[in-house]
Design a protein around this ligand. Structure first.
Ligand code: ASP
Length: 464
């Protein structure tokens, strides 16, 4: 018999030979009858074993939670008083006629039929494959898939191409420490893992592809402050022939569509999203991620806002200058001259725009410097010598000499957005296999030592 999904069984009342398969969620022995709640990816089904089939009943009494079984039986409507409106299959049950145990299970280290939120997180992460079987965690992953696809649908509909960029790259100065990957073939040389696809997406604009997006994996080797992950996902995009207004309005359209599709019960507080200058945000809220919710107790309110007009540069501890957000950003047009003359550096505003939701920064981007001399100037301001500018960014400056179109873009933090949409307290709850707060994977045991021979091959000697 072909297996059908539990969600399809309600339509099979009266059928004598229906086969379902899944995990034993719970077993209840009630006098002479045994009930099993069977779970598959689509839901729960009550299966009954009765004494008239003694052998089968005995077999059922061996079942324990998380055993994997295939059951064939008859689908019957439940008597009115036994209907359970909370279950998709609450109006029916299966009377088993055949049971096969496909695999046994040890007793799980925590209960899967309950919310695992209160279970020790280290244990949940060690047995993540069990944690993910719990209803809340499964729902988070399903919701994440829906959200990802809603972003994808919107962007494809708007002519964006999904393009993969490499993970073994040359370093980029976007502010975070990078993970270093030794090159076996080139002794003493290293790749780094991308902290974002920034340079590649800009080069795709030079390539004339005009609209790019990617569900981009980004890596940042930072001390794990707060709710951060060393690798995370951004909905990363870039567009040619746009100004700040174009990007902001398309992004609003995208977010409104995605929210409407996946969480119609949520209410966006203000449309268009309010805009707050960095200066006002700092003065009024003391932060550049203002939580502008009027009612912070309403779980369904989504208060988006844009923060704009950030200073381009800030002083470093040693008296030099560095960028506040992204060195590839363009200054606001009215400040272009100051940048070119390297004057009034602290007052130059950048085209950077950050999108904030309920007090969390969920994305940011900018219009870029597509003219090589302006980009060169930014690196000069940051104290780079001509030689080091050529070494580190020569490829970008050169590319911009071949007809680079004006362009700009943005990256959304997918993990944070999903966490807020799912009402989850941290991003680990919406990532299938996250790392701990101190960047470990307790399930696989990463990071780990590697055999000496691997180190030798990669030309690495350690002093540990
Ligand atoms: N690359 C930037 C970031 O990761 C986003 C952008 O400017 O598009 O924050």
């Amino acid at each position: 018999m072909k297996r059908i999904l539990i969600s399809e069984t309600s339509a099979q009342v009266g059928q004598k030979e229906i086969t379902v398969a899944g995990w034993v969620h719970a077993r209840r022995d009630m006098g002479k009858i045994t009930f099993i709640d069977l779970r598959d990816r689509s839901g729960l089904l009550q299966v009954v074993f009765i004494p008239s089939n003694k052998e089968l009943l005995e077999q059922a009494r061996v079942l324990r939670p998380e055993f994997v079984v295939r059951i064939t039986g008859e689908i019957n409507a439940r008597p009115e008083h036994l209907k359970n409106p909370k279950l998709v299959t609450g109006g029916i049950e299966m009377l088993a006629t055949k049971l096969e145990i496909l695999n046994e299970s040890k007793t799980p280290p925590f209960e899967i039929d309950k919310d695992t939120a209160g279970v020790n997180e280290e244990l949940r992460l060690k047995y993540r494959y069990l944690d993910l079987r719990s209803e809340r965690m499964t729902n988070n992953i399903v919701q994440r898939d829906k959200i990802t696809n809603s972003f994808r649908d919107f962007l494809r509909k708007n002519d964006f191409l999904e393009i993969e960029t490499p993970d073994l790259v040359k370093g980029t100065p976007e502010g975070a420490r990078e993970f270093v990957v030794p090159s076996r073939l080139h002794p003493g040389k290293f790749y780094v893992l991308p902290q974002s696809p920034q340079q590649f997406k800009q080069l795709l604009m030079v390539a004339g592809l005009e609209r790019y997006f990617q569900m981009a994996r980004c890596f940042r080797d930072e001390d794990q402050r707060g709710d951060r992950q060393p690798e995370f996902t951004q909905v990363d995009l870039e567009m040619s022939f746009v100004e700040r207004e174009d990007v902001i309005s398309l992004m609003e359209e995208m977010v409104i569509e995605v929210v409407g599709k996946i969480a119609p019960e949520k209410r966006i507080q203000q449309l268009p999203f309010p805009r707050i200058t960095y200066k006002d945000a700092m003065e009024k809220y003391g932060t550049d991620r203002p939580d502008v919710r009027e009612d912070k107790n309403d779980p369904n309110v989504l208060a988006f806002c844009w923060v704009i007009d950030f200073p381009f540069f800030e002083k470093t501890a040693d008296g030099g200058w560095t960028f506040t957000h992204n060195p590839f950003s363009r200054a606001m047009p009215e400040y272009h001259e100051w940048l070119m003359k390297k004057e009034n550096l602290g007052e130059i505003l950048t085209s950077q725009y950050d999108i904030v939701l309920n007090g969390f920064e969920i994305g940011g981007g900018s219009i870029r410097n597509h003219q090589p001399d302006a980009l060169h100037r930014v690196f000069e301001v940051m104290g780079f010598s001509d030689e080091s500018i050529t070494n580190q960014f020569g490829h970008m400056l050169e590319a911009f000499e071949y007809g680079a179109p004006p362009h700009g873009g943005l990256a959304f933090g997918l993990d944070r957005f999903v966490a807020i949409m799912c009402g989850q307290p941290n991003i680990r709850e919406v990532i299938a296999f996250p790392k701990t707060g101190d960047a470990r994977d307790p399930m696989m045991g990463a990071p780990s030592e590697v055999p000496k021979s691997t180190l030798v091959e990669a030309h690495i000697s350690t002093d540990i």
